[in-house]
Every structure is written in C-alpha cells, then in structure tokens.
Write a protein that binds this ligand. Structure first.
Ligand SMILES: CC(C)(COP(=O)(O)OP(=O)(O)OC[C@H]1O[C@@H](n2cnc3c(N)ncnc32)[C@H](O)[C@@H]1OP(=O)(O)O)[C@@H](O)C(=O)NCCC(=O)NCCS
Length: 242
C-alpha cells in the first residue's frame, strides 16, 4: 500500500545540524513498527502502569485500519513516534466522561501517542495530535472527543488541553490507577474565564474531586519545578459545530 506523506519537520540543533522527521499517514502495514515502539516506550526506565498503559495489539490494528486514523513520524525511515485516533464500539470512554448511554455512539477516542525516548522534547506528540485531527477531518460527525491520561503525565495533559479538550473527571479505573478523563463536546465547546481560575496541584486529588463535583473543569496546565498545576474553571458553553 502506498504511504501518504503529510509533512516534513526540520528542527535545527545547537551544533548546527538538523533533526529531520517525515510525518506520514500510517496503515495496517505499520502494525509491527507501532507495536515495537510501544514496547520500547514501555521498557523505558521511568514508565510503568502509573503513567501509561499499553494498548492491546487488536486496538492498535483497528486504529491503523478502518476503525481509526493513525499518523507517525519517521527519522531515516524508522518510526519514532505515532498518534492514534479510534472510533470505538458501543462501550467506550463516554461512560468515563459521564455521558448518558444514548450518547456513547457519538464518541471518538484520541488514543495513545508514543514518542521514542531519544526523540522526546521536540513537541512531536503535539504536532502529531494536530496532524491526526486534521487527517480525521469531521471525525465522522462524532460529537465527543475523549481521552484518558495519568495526572503524572504532564506532556499528555498539555497535549489534550491545547486542542480544547478539558478535564471533566478524575477517576480510579479498574487496576487502581487514577486518570483524568478529557472530553471535548464539539457541538458546545467550553470556554473558561482565566481571571476566575482556581489552581490546584495535579497531586491534590481531594481538592480536584471536590471542584469537579461542583461543575468545574480543568482547562490549562502549568509545569512547576517539582509539580504541575491545573487551572480549573466553570465552563461557559457556546453552541457551534467545530
Ligand atoms: C508523552 C510523550 C508522548 C510526550 O512526547 P514529547 O513529544 O516528548 O512531548 P513534547 O515534546 O510535546 O512535550 C510537551 C511538554 O511536556 C514537557 N515534557 C516532555 N517530556 C517530559 C517529561 N518526561 N517530564 C516533564 N515534562 C516533560 C515538555 O517540556 C513540554 O512542555 P512545555 O510545552 O510546557 O514546554 C512521550 O513522553 C511518551 O512517549 N511517553 C510514553 C507513552 C505515553 O505516556 N503516552 C501518552 C499516554 S496515552
């Protein structure tokens, strides 16, 4: 199958050289490279279930085929990063996001993104998120874009907030891991008043649960030296299709 090249990225280095990435649409033929890269990220020293959970191969395969959209970054023909979007079946993250069952068939997942440990810090995840959403176009007219991220995964929290997906819940998922649930309602995107924001450490679970139960949502994240803070506000809704 021919591969669609979407973009080329050149990142100048302090020594005068340049890091070059080719952004491509991924297809079923890339499954083994995607599985390998996820495995490498898993084995990287600091990562464990507390930060990210591997996706099973059948979900990765579905994202590369008709049930999703996948983009990847290649350096010298090697896959070094990917980002997946998934059109799930009936049971999906809409439940985690607190949507009523009749809305679950309107949910699309911004699924796992992985960047090879040697290629991190170049905003590849954020660039790939923008590209996968651009490639997905109208998201098959699905209304809700959902994602699940660990409170300890600052780059991935930022990645979701930048594309207008607020934190709507904080849940303990099966297996005992706490996760933020992000959900963007594309028909009624939320806007937040920064001047009225309440800042809370990502580690202060009780306070965040309290705010979320009062209708607040997380809309911005800021990295501090030993911590990160989420900005919470009450969403103002605007009716429009995005
Ligand atoms: C999460 C991940 C995809 C981030 O990839 P990345 O391309 O290096 O991230 P970015 O370069 O876009 O970084 C975004 C922000 O996070 C920061 N950041 C990146 N890695 C970080 C780290 N390990 N610790 C703290 N901050 C980090 C960057 O400085 C940047 O901050 P800023 O925009 O405020 O300056 C990558 O670390 C990874 O593959 N992790 C394992 C898999 C995973 O956790 N996937 C997400 C779960 S679905």
């Amino acid at each position: 199958m021919s591969v669609k090249v979407i973009d080329e990225i050149r990142i100048p280095q302090p020594n005068g050289s340049c890091l070059c990435y080719t952004i491509q649409r991924l297809a079923p033929q890339h499954l083994s490279a995607v599985v390998d890269l996820q495995q490498q990220a898993r084995h990287h020293a600091a990562e464990n279930d507390a930060i990210f959970m591997e996706r099973p191969t059948d979900i990765l395969a579905a994202c590369l085929a008709d049930e999703g959209v996948a983009v990847g970054a290649f350096a010298a023909d090697q896959l070094v990063a990917f980002r997946l979007l998934y059109y799930p079946g009936k049971f999906n993250q809409g439940e985690y996001a607190g949507l009523p069952p009749e809305e679950w068939n309107k949910v699309v997942h911004l699924e796992i993104g992985v960047v090879h440990p040697l290629h991190r810090g170049h905003a590849l995840q954020r660039r790939l998120t923008a590209q996968v959403l651009a490639e997905a176009g109208d998201l098959r007219c699905k209304r809700y874009l959902c994602s699940v991220v660990s409170p300890q995964n600052y780059p991935s929290i930022k990645d979701k907030l930048v594309v207008g997906m607020p934190v709507v819940r904080l849940l303990e998922l099966p297996g005992g891991h706490w996760r933020y649930i992000f959900c963007r309602d594309r028909m009624k995107p939320a806007q937040f008043d920064e001047a009225a924001a309440i800042y809370v450490s990502v580690n202060d679970r009780e306070r965040q649960l309290e705010l979320l139960s009062q209708g607040y949502q997380g809309f911005r994240v800021e990295k501090l030296s030993h911590d990160a803070v989420l900005w919470y506000g009450v969403p103002q809704r605007q009716d429009k299709v995005q």
